[in-house]
Design a protein around this ligand. Structure first.
Ligand SMILES: [Zn+2]
Length: 117
């Protein structure tokens, strides 16, 4: 990781923890000090989904140092939740990358389809 990326990653961590009020999102008791990856940052997942998806803020959850809280975030073994999150991240990236509106709409519809059934 280059220095600029390290700086931006630290900024993102600080922002996400601030947004959570500095408290672990799972136990709501201890201070949040880590960002847990919902889809884990394994070599396999990085290769399969790419760094942009794995390090996307929607895949990150502010947690305390308790490994139970970290584990509670994991959705690698919950295919439906994982597919929904991937659809959400795609839809968000489509907006951020300025894809044509009809494609943004298609991707948003994919997300909504998860909530419909
Ligand atoms: Zn916790």
């Amino acid at each position: 990781m280059r220095e600029r990326e390290r700086f931006e990653a630290a900024e993102q961590k600080r922002r996400l923890i601030d947004e959570a009020g500095g408290i672990c999102v799972i136990c709501r008791a201890a201070p949040a000090i880590f960002l847990a990856h919902r889809i884990p940052k394994t070599k396999r997942n990085l290769k399969c989904y790419g760094r942009v998806v794995i390090h996307h803020h929607l895949n990150l959850v502010p947690v305390c140092s308790d490994s139970d809280c970290n584990d509670a975030c994991l959705i690698d073994n919950r295919p439906r939740e994982k597919a929904r999150l991937l659809a959400q991240i795609k839809a968000k990236l489509a907006i951020d990358f300025g894809l044509p509106p009809y494609l943004q709409r298609y991707l948003q519809e994919e997300v909504e389809a998860f909530d419909a059934d």
